[in-house]
Design a protein around this ligand. Structure first.
Ligand code: 5AD
Ligand code: SF4
Length: 481
């Protein structure tokens, strides 16, 4: 499942430390989910070996790559606008080549070349290792396309170049693709079948990040709960092949424990969880290890069981509620966030009210809420008419966002008087006298800088809040430093 990244980061051009001897300039921009941002780091690593250093200056780029998102129509429109901008720049720099990566590339394939004359190269999410060949093609004046999806590519052997990094938080991808086939979702078509990455390569990446001073990692996948790796094992101990596989497999909770034990001082987060695949052992693992954050992003999409069925979600309203009860029982103080789609075809007013009542039941810490956007080729687009008028979608979305804001305020208010551990991530956007970081529940905490520095774990006594931010006073470093 996709997790939408902080809107402000969208489209950020990314800078890498220059590699000596590299003479060509790459300008790379990413849109959409964290997986795209993580993929751009893999692409930058592949291209560093081809002589490219990144630049933040579009005008001087030899190669411009845009990593695109197809999740909603609006995301695609944003990319089209960017292509117009590249076009204007290309008029001044005719040697500049433009490549489209990611989900839109996969969805539109060769059609992209016809629709957008500026585009020289179209590369799907599983074809990035072919970039060196594709670039040779475009350099010799031909267009290049590779949108072949893979059943096993995980890029586990590529050490990502960290882009736009604060040196503190890093993304570590653990699975690619999605097999769930929610009827609204384009992801299974653009990112292909689900596959898991070798746990050894994940541990190596995490160790490398720790040695470079990173303090928090996010284990990433469209659906992390279905992570599964079949390891080796001593055959003589088992009766048959399936027993070997079961006994030696690494599940998501095993992986979490492995990472938590390997780097006990590293803060660990994961995203995205899926209600139908989340198992109780994951909850126990989160509860057991202090360095795994008590925070779960658990999209529910709709609070009505009929709509969930139309969405081909494999959970009911009641099952989702039972899972929330379990989370609260096993992980006290767990931050929980949601994704919701409003205005799915045929959604009635009563069914919309059930989404609001589910929000009331859970009182999420925060959430990501969207109007349904029909995606070509999905089951919903083929079988159901997009019949909820735009004004109705808008009004329902406002009602949902308002309810969520009330709950966010309820949650942030509950922290007043508490002292929480905060990992300092950056300077506050509003004041250069304040740090900004997050607590375990992924709530933003702002506090005076004093003598603390970026990357410190600080205990902060909360004395004020808005619905989105906690404010407080630092009372000392935490034991975790
Ligand atoms: N329309 C609107 N929102 C969508 N999402 C996925 N597909 C669509 C769509 N067609 C939302 C879901 C998902 C999040 C990443 O984006 O809520 O969890
Ligand atoms: Fe997430 Fe469902 Fe889309 Fe998979 S199909 S990415 S589970 S919303």
């Amino acid at each position: 499942m996709e997790k939408i990244i902080d809107e402000k980061k969208q489209g950020q051009s990314l800078k890498v430390n220059a590699k000596e001897g590299n003479s060509r300039k790459l300008y790379i921009e990413s849109y959409g989910c964290q997986m795209n941002f993580s993929d751009s780091e893999i692409v930058a690593s592949i291209l560093a070996k081809e002589g490219y250093n990144t630049t933040q200056n579009l005008e001087e780029a030899d190669l411009v790559l845009v990593n695109t998102c197809s999740i909603r129509d609006k995301a695609e429109q944003t990319v089209r606008k960017r292509l117009e901008k590249y076009n204007a720049v290309k008029r001044l720099n005719s040697k500049m080549k433009v490549g489209v990566l990611g989900c839109m590339a996969e969805r539109l394939k060769e059609k992209f070349l016809d629709e957008e004359k500026i585009v020289d190269m179209v590369v799907g999410p599983d074809a990035y290792k072919d970039l060196p060949n594709l670039i040779k093609e475009i350099e010799s004046g031909r267009d290049a396309v590779n949108v072949v999806l893979s059943k096993d590519e995980t890029y586990g052997d590529i050490s990502p170049v960290r882009l736009a990094t604060n040196g503190i938080n890093a993304l570590v991808s653990i699975t690619r693709g999605c097999d769930n086939m929610c009827t609204f979702c384009v992801v299974p078509f653009t990112r292909g079948r689900e596959r898991s990455r070798d746990p050894q390569s994940i541990l190596e990446e995490v160790n490398d990040l720790a040695s470079k001073g990173y303090k928090e990692i996010m284990l990433l996948g469209q659906n992390v709960d279905s992570y599964l790796w079949y390891g080796g094992g001593l055959k003589k101990d088992f009766k048959n092949a399936s027993e070997i596989e079961k006994a030696t497999a690494t599940s998501f909770s095993n992986l979490l424990a492995l990472v938590a034990e390997e780097q006990p001082k590293m803060r660990i987060r994961f995203s995205t969880s899926n209600p139908q695949d989340m198992t109780e052992d994951v909850l126990h693992t989160v509860a057991k290890y202090p360095n795994i954050c008590n925070y779960i992003h658990l999209p529910f999409q709709s609070g009505n069981t009929r709509i969930l069925k139309e969405m081909n979600r494999q959970h009911t309203r009641e099952e989702y509620m039972a899972l929330i009860d379990k989370i609260n029982e096993i992980i006290p103080n767990c931050g929980i966030s949601q994704d919701i789609i409003t205005g799915f075809p045929t959604e009635t007013e009563e069914e919309h009210q059930e989404t609001i009542s589910l929000l009331e039941y859970v009182k999420f810490h925060f959430g990501f809420m969207f109007k349904y956007s029909e995606r070509p080729g999905t089951m919903a687009a083929r079988k159901l008419e997009d019949d909820i008028p735009e004004e109705v979608k808008k009004r329902r979305l406002t009602e949902i966002v308002d309810a969520q804001r009330t709950h966010s305020a309820y949650r942030t208010n509950q922290f007043i008087g508490q002292t929480v551990e905060v990992l300092i991530e950056r300077e506050s956007k509003k004041s250069d006298q304040h740090w900004s970081g997050r607590n375990e529940q992924s709530l933003v905490v702002v506090f005076p800088k004093e003598n603390y520095k970026s990357g410190d774990f600080v205990m902060v006594k909360i004395n004020d809040c808005t619905s989105a931010t906690l404010k407080g006073i630092p009372v000392g470093l935490s034991d975790n430093n």
